[in-house]
Design a protein around this ligand. Structure first.
Ligand SMILES: Cc1cc2nc3c(=O)[nH]c(=O)nc-3n(C[C@H](O)[C@H](O)[C@H](O)COP(=O)(O)OP(=O)(O)OC[C@H]3O[C@@H](n4cnc5c(N)ncnc54)[C@H](O)[C@@H]3O)c2cc1C
Length: 579
């Protein structure tokens, strides 16, 4: 059921069992699981069913570190969260991303890939992905096209990997109907959580306070609260909820907001294919969204090159991914940018300040660039590709000084301090970019495919303006068994608090070089199972056992240790097959 909070009675008090704050990938996944388990649940979502400027403004803040955009275009603040604008790239973390690596300070998770494997398996249905197979040989065989061929890799230091694309799934659209039919879940729209109230001892949460832009007030009491407002906002809400603990909730050891990470993204070099080398679309990012995309059985995929774990250990490097990037005719021009914005407007993507008339005028003023760019995107004529470069993303280092704090001066319309983001990246990231680009250049040369003229190395220089993030906000409430080193424990429960949990990528202690959302979804499924077990509601458990006995398709694992073992085993086998 959906409720417009602007219409509830002033100062209403809502009672529920589980209160989920935020309806993005994490919040909606949890809500679906609670609904299927029959748990009485409230979801509090800041926005409505579409973007609006006043709500979007609540995400704006100060940037104090590297040039970085973290509000408009980088996060969507309405039902579905940033799944309203994500690209859909999915690949689980690598097994070594969970390890403590002695050359990466603060690295490692409290558990390994095997713990998440059964939940990764279930994300394929949730995110509408293809078969749970990330083996490049499988996809090359199934696609079976001469322009999609794996390259031989000769150095022994690099492998190729596969990412699958979700359609990309807009959670707010796809799961709206199921939630609106749910007898157990109430989704409050336009419900901005303004404060999470702890009891006098600061060890449990008694309620959350909610306000609407129309100045309606409400509060929600629950047994369990889950904060799922995204990697930046999770930290902001904890820090701003400081009426009992002055440093904010869960912040006894000054960790909330620290270790902020995004995947830094860079391009480098000019790739010159050797004469007679046919165009290979497997590794070129530009061929994955188009009509003739690289796909099999209805699933689009792309392949990236990745360093082998032994080489990373020997060179003391971070994880990374690197691929080819064709530049289309007209790319980056005023006309092509207007065309992209125009298309996003047609697709109702969440972008502020859009001016369709001005974009049409710009396109008309630059017909060659606009039409040339549009045709190249559509038809992929090799003659209209002006060049090919390398693009990479690198694992960010968990750095306590890279952090999200509260602005000392600026406040939003509710009086809540605006967020201040300070994104930092060190030498190890630069060295990993340099070595990764150089290794792929060597591989292409050895394979007889291309020569690459690389840009000047990054290490030891200040970051160039072409450095970008990837809209992945992670690490600000990191997971660790010790409260001295983490904000949440291995069950995503805030250390020292009995009933406050966190969903989303803010709990990632290390982030690897794969996109985060599939791992957010897997962690949310795992958290849902944990919550249901914590609640230990006999009627629910009984119902689910009956359901599980009557049906082979399980909606939630009441006893994951028993029922998910076969899935876990097959998931792990598939994930390991490619290593
Ligand atoms: C342009 C773009 C492309 C991306 N592409 C990819 C990709 O290809 N692959 C990938 O893995 N990831 C991608 N991402 C990242 C991905 O979108 C996020 O990892 C994911 O959506 C995060 O989900 P979440 O539920 O944790 O948070 P969010 O999606 O941020 O959801 C948080 C929700 O909380 C609500 N909220 C916030 N504050 C409050 C409050 N105070 N009270 C109540 N509600 C609140 C928000 O309105 C929102 O609905 C991309 C992101 C962007 C912006």
């Amino acid at each position: 059921m959906f409720i417009d909070t602007r219409t509830v009675e002033q100062n209403s008090v809502i009672e529920t069992t589980v209160c989920i704050i935020g309806a993005g990938v994490a919040g909606i996944t949890l809500a679906l699981e609670m609904s299927r388990a029959g748990v009485d649940t409230c979801v509090l979502e800041s926005g409505g069913f579409g973007p609006d400027d006043e709500t979007r403004d609540l995400y704006r803040g100060e940037n104090a570190g590297l040039p970085y955009t973290f509000a408009d275009g980088s996060r969507s603040r309405y039902f579905g969260g940033s799944s309203n604008c994500w690209g859909g790239w999915c690949r689980p973390l690598d097994p070594w991303d969970f390890d403590k690596r002695d050359w990466i300070a603060h690295s490692g998770w409290p558990f390994g890939l095997d713990e998440l494997a059964p939940y990764y398996a279930r994300t394929h249905e949730l995110l509408k992905l293809g078969p749970q197979n990330f083996d490049p040989a499988y996809w090359e065989r199934e696609i079976g096209r001469p322009d999609v061929r794996r390259l031989p890799l000769g150095t022994g230091h690099m492998r190729d990997t596969v990412a699958q694309f979700s359609p990309p799934l807009r959670f707010g659209k796809v799961y709206r109907e199921e939630l609106s039919r749910s007898a157990r879940v109430r989704v409050f729209l336009y419900a901005n959580v303004l404060n999470i109230d702890a009891d006098a001892q600061g060890t449990s949460i008694s309620r959350v306070r909610v306000g609407t832009i129309t100045e309606r007030k409400m509060s929600v009491n629950a047994k369990i609260f889950v904060l799922a407002t995204g990697g930046i906002e999770n930290a902001r809400l904890l820090l701003a909820s400081n009426n009992v603990q002055a440093a904010g909730l869960g912040n006894a050891n000054d960790l909330v907001g620290r270790y902020f990470m995004d995947h830094p993204r860079m391009m480098s070099g000019k790739v010159r294919f050797r004469p007679g080398t046919p165009r290979n679309k497997l590794y070129d990012i530009k061929y994955h969204y188009q009509n003739a995309a690289v796909s099999a059985h209805g699933t689009k995929i792309s392949s990236q090159f990745a360093p082998n774990p032994e080489w990373m250990a020997r060179e003391r490097l971070l994880n990374s991914r690197v691929w080819l990037y064709s530049r289309w005719y007209g790319e980056g021009s005023a006309g092509s940018e207007a065309l992209i914005r125009f298309k996003e407007a047609l697709m109702q993507k969440d972008q502020p300040g859009r001016n369709v008339r001005a974009d049409i005028a710009t396109m008309a003023a630059h017909p060659l660039d606009t039409v040339g760019f549009g045709l190249t995107r559509l038809l992929q004529w090799p003659a209209l590709i002006t060049g090919v470069t390398l693009q990479a993303i690198v694992e960010a280092v968990p750095d306590p000084d890279s952090r999200v704090t509260l602005s000392a001066e600026k406040r939003d319309r509710f009086g809540m301090p605006r967020v201040k983001v300070e994104w930092r990246l060190g030498d190890q990231v630069q060295r990993t970019f340099d070595k990764t680009f150089a290794l792929l250049a060597q591989e292409l040369q050895l394979a007889g495919v291309a020569d690459v003229e690389l840009d000047a190395p990054l290490e030891g220089r200040s970051w160039p303006t072409k450095l970008e993030g990837t809209w992945h906000h992670m690490g600000t409430t990191r997971m660790h068994d010790s409260p001295r080193e983490g904000v949440v424990d291995r069950d995503c429960k805030v250390h020292g608090m009995s009933n406050l949990y966190i969903g989303g990528s803010s709990v990632f202690p290390t982030v690897g070089a794969n996109f985060p959302t599939i791992t957010i979804a897997a962690l949310s499924l795992r958290l849902a199972g944990h919550l249901v077990r914590q609640l230990d509601l006999p009627d629910i458990v009984g119902n689910l056992r009956l359901e599980a006995a009557n049906s082979s398709s399980m909606s939630i694992q009441v006893q994951p240790q028993v029922e998910t073992l076969p899935i876990a085993a097959s998931a792990l086998t598939t994930l390991m097959k490619e290593q």
